[in-house]
Design a protein around this ligand. Structure first.
Ligand code: PMP
Length: 470
């Protein structure tokens, strides 16, 4: 691969020494997921493309390099220039590596959803990192898209814009696709990858479909993302799924888009890490979960290749932290847990919530009709389930607000709402709920990362009565 190798060093002639770290991008290995194949009784060979072998540890080194080379060719990036990019981390690492070698400065814009170690990582490469809130719409001036736009102008910078840049999918068309074709001796039958900017899935699909139109292309997607019909937010897996369609989105090339939940993505990531000794992140878990589903219907001679975009090392405080997993309701932590309390209550089947725009009067009516004294405020609208929590109200707040100003009855509830309820996972211990309810009037129970129910002191008393009687 002659990528970026513009001045060959004669002193290295006849050695196997790379000219620079840039020459180590690409040519990542393939390995059979032997234990996963056995555990899931797969009829075919399931193979992983190990993008962790790139110098930056992810698939994004490839588009980072291609976009910078194109920026130089097109005169958009001048010697000593600055690169500004909104990125969830991996593209940033790729850009920082290439920038270090080629003498550019980097400024990265990220959301506060991203794991904190990813911010530290980019700073370690000498980049400047600006963190923006995830809970604002893209058109908000503090959104990470808008902040990136402003900084690009202020710093007179080159903005690779991985979501719109054709060199992102092109990198995979020129490298990932040909590598897979050559490494499998043209026998690849299925290619599965998570879709974020869609650079990986689209670029690789273009090459593979050209070699053999029967290669099945499977895009793995968080089930709340727009690619698989969701509202676009919120979900917890990082780096994949979107709330809009990026330029590289090419559904005509995808045979299937497989939706995968946060829960399945994380549990599969943990299983692959433990069973195979291959530490992968949430989006790798998502891709493997989709690949397992696809492989179950494959033929014995099929070769299903799943691309693992990055390492689990970037997610130790989340996917691999039992406390974090339990708080979102992904793990059962105790023999006597919150879901047992909910089971004895057995009433409200789905979470009651109001929208921020619901009037105070309607909110009071809903609470009275259901005999509840607090209710979460969530941004989602039907048919999507309550997921994006913005706050909560309780009868005490409402009583005080209406007493101060009766006109408040007609105003949206968001004007009087209080902070979000503290959260507890459905699999966490009853003992923890007792401790937390000492300080808060109610808790929001999460299951599979999503709000499930509101838990109050009365619920616990009812449960204690029931178990003592039993
Ligand atoms: N997983 C992770 C962790 C990523 O950072 C990305 C890139 N956003 C992807 C998967 C998806 O790759 P792509 O943007 O090429 O669709």
């Amino acid at each position: 691969m002659a990528w970026g190798n513009d001045a060959a060093d004669a002193r290295l002639h006849g050695t196997q020494i790379a000219e620079s770290v840039i020459d180590l991008i690409g040519n990542t290995p393939l390995v059979v997921l032997k234990r996963i194949t056995e555990l899931h009784n797969l009829p075919c060979v399931l193979v992983m493309k190990m993008e962790t072998s790139n110098p930056g540890g992810s698939s994004k080194d490839r588009p980072a390099l291609e976009m910078i080379l194109a920026g130089e060719r097109d005169g958009l990036l001048k010697p000593g220039g600055t690169i500004v990019e909104p990125t969830s981390g991996n593209t940033g690492v790729g850009l920082a590596i290439v920038a270090a070698q080629r003498g550019y400065k980097c400024v990265f814009v990220m959301t506060d959803k991203v794991a904190p170690e990813k911010v530290s990582l980019l700073r370690a490469y000498g980049a400047e990192v600006v963190v923006c809130p995830v809970a604002v719409p893209p058109e908000d001036p503090t959104s990470y898209y808008k902040v990136a736009e402003r900084l690009t102008i202020e710093r007179n910078a080159f903005r690779p814009n991985q979501y719109a840049n054709p060199n992102n999918p092109l990198a995979h068309e020129l490298t990932t696709g040909p590598e897979l074709w050559a490494q499998t001796g043209g026998r690849i039958t299925h290619f599965v990858a998570g879709a974020g900017t869609c650079g990986t899935i689209t670029g690789t699909a273009r090459y593979l479909k050209e070699q053999n139109p029967n290669v099945r292309i499977v895009a793995a997607d968080p089930d709340a993302s727009v690619f698989s019909g969701g509202s676009g937010r919120p979900y917890l897996v990082e780096g994949v799924g979107e709330d809009f369609y990026p330029a590289a989105w090419a559904p005509e090339l995808y045979d299937e888009v497989v939706p995968v939940s946060d829960e399945e993505s994380f549990l599969v990531a943990r299983q692959v890490s433990r069973e195979e000794g291959i530490l992968i992140g949430g989006s790798g878990g998502l891709a493997v979960a989709a690949a397992i589903r696809v492989a179950k219907t494959a033929k014995p001679d099929d070769i299903v290749v799943v691309l693992n975009p990055d390492s689990g090392r970037g997610y130790l405080s989340r996917v691999f932290d039992d406390k974090w997993m339990a708080n979102f309701g992904f793990l059962r932590e105790s023999d006597e847990c919150i879901s047992d309390v909910l089971a004895t209550r057995g009433d409200t089947p789905s979470l009651l919530y109001v929208n921020p725009a619901t009037s105070v009067r309607e909110t009071i009516d809903l609470m009275r009709a259901n005999g509840i004294s607090q209710i979460p405020v969530c941004k989602n609208t039907p048919p999507f389930a309550a997921a994006e929590v913005s706050g909560a109200v309780d009868e005490l707040d409402l009583m005080e607000a209406v007493y101060r100003d009766p006109a408040v009855m007609k105003t949206p509830v968001e004007h009087v709402m209080g902070p979000k309820l503290p959260t507890i996972g459905a699999g966490q211990a009853v003992k923890l709920a007792v401790e937390m309810l000492d300080r808060a009037p109610a808790l929001l129970v999460l299951s599979g990362g999503r709000p499930l129910s509101v838990l109050t002191r009365t619920d616990l008393l009812t449960y204690f009565e029931a178990v003592n009687r039993g």
